[in-house]
Design a protein around this ligand. Structure first.
Ligand code: OGA
Ligand code: NI
Length: 355
């Protein structure tokens, strides 16, 4: 979601739709998208990766016979990767397929129609491109729509698409489904960390759920362009639905960019800074990015999950002992978001949370 350090963090200046650019069938992409500063794009896109992102099975976490072993797997996945695929998460394939279809239909609408729900000046919500704040800034090969979904009072219906006709209804259901996964997962993560579960789960029950739908058109020069610049997410975690079978998401693991292979019916769980802070640095919020493909488009639906605004984000009490002093300050989610939006360019945000 983040990564570039823009000057004005509250708004984004309009740039061309990448989807429209892609439809021009250019042989070369405009220089604003060329990332020859990023050696790693060129070197890893085509490489085969032997390392695999861990797979966690929610039914095994629930079943008392397999719980202990699966909890250990979850704990290790959060510590060593900060990202994993979650299967049997309890949300129906129908809900996932439905949201996928609505998203596809939305991006397939003519540009003029999509612009009915465009970002308004001073806001990051709506259809457009995220965090574009200068004419010189390098751009990602990505169009997106970003919407606050829960709590219901946060919904800005002015920019919730009414076309396709079932979009709103699907997003309503989908956001509640993602909350269900978030709460369940939080309980198991807390069990893995051996910290108190009740308060944390309640905070995610009442939490903030913000959804970003990404569209990555085919790109004539995928080895010189980023779909999404490398970044670390800031929420508790993000739940990512890969909408097809074209890989695009990559995570940085031990200095190598590893593809997260799309897995039908799975949800990718990616730790954000809030979990890193809560676990006093034990769980890592990984750096990740999206790459693009020469002939194939790709879509993803990413739900950013936060505890409620009054929840205190700080290292869990149980993890603070002799030899493990707190590494981060404790602030409410509201203050945390305030710090994020007012952070100084060129100064890593997470460092402002360190003691
Ligand atoms: C994001 C993100 C990756 C993807 O939206 O924060 O990391 O594959 N997306 O779309
Ligand atoms: Ni992200």
């Amino acid at each position: 979601m983040l990564g570039v350090e823009p000057k004005n963090l509250h708004s984004s200046i309009p740039v061309p739709s990448v989807q429209e650019l892609a439809s021009l069938q250019l042989e070369a992409v405009p220089s604003r998208y060329i990332r020859d500063d990023m050696e790693s794009i060129i070197s890893t896109v085509a490489s085969d990766n032997t390392l695999r992102v861990p797979l966690i099975d929610m039914t095994k976490l629930v079943d008392s016979e397999s719980q202990e072993t699966e909890l250990q797997k979850l704990h290790a996945a959060c510590k060593e990767w900060g990202i994993f695929q979650l299967i049997n998460h309890g949300v129906s394939d129908e809900s996932l397929r439905n949201m996928n279809k609505q998203t596809q239909e939305f991006f397939d609408l003519p540009l003029k129609e999509k612009k009915r729900w465009a970002q308004k000046p001073g806001s990051l919500e709506g259809y457009g491109q995220a965090f574009v704040t200068s004419e010189e800034q390098k751009l990602d090969w990505n169009d997106m729509i970003f919407l606050k979904a829960l709590p219901i009072e946060d919904r800005n219906l002015e920019i919730w698409p009414e076309n396709p006709p079932k979009f709103r209804e699907s997003l309503d259901r989908y956001s509640q489904d993602m909350r269900q996964i978030a709460v369940a997962l939080t309980r198991f993560m807390a069990m893995g960390l051996e910290i108190e579960t009740r308060e944390l789960c309640a905070a995610y029950e009442e939490g903030l759920y913000q959804i970003r739908m990404n569209y990555y058109p085919p790109c004539p020069q995928p080895e010189r362009v980023t779909g999404l610049t490398p970044h670390v997410d800031i929420p508790g975690f993000a739940l990512l639905l890969d909408c097809g079978d074209t890989p695009g998401l990559q995570v940085l693991k031990d200095g190598r960019w590893i593809f997260v292979e799309p897995l039908d019916g799975a949800v990718v769980v990616d730790m954000g800074r809030i979990t890193e802070i809560l676990s006093n640095g034990l769980y890592k919020a990984p750096e990740h990015r999206a790459v693009v493909n020469k002939s194939k488009e790709r879509r993803s639906i990413v739900t950013f999950c936060y505890p409620d605004l009054s929840f205190k984000v700080g290292p869990a009490m149980e993890l603070i002992k002799l030899g493990s002093p707190p590494l981060y300050k404790t602030v409410t989610v509201e203050e945390y978001l305030g710090c994020f939006f007012n952070r100084k360019p060129d100064f890593p945000f997470i460092d402002t949370m360190k003691i």
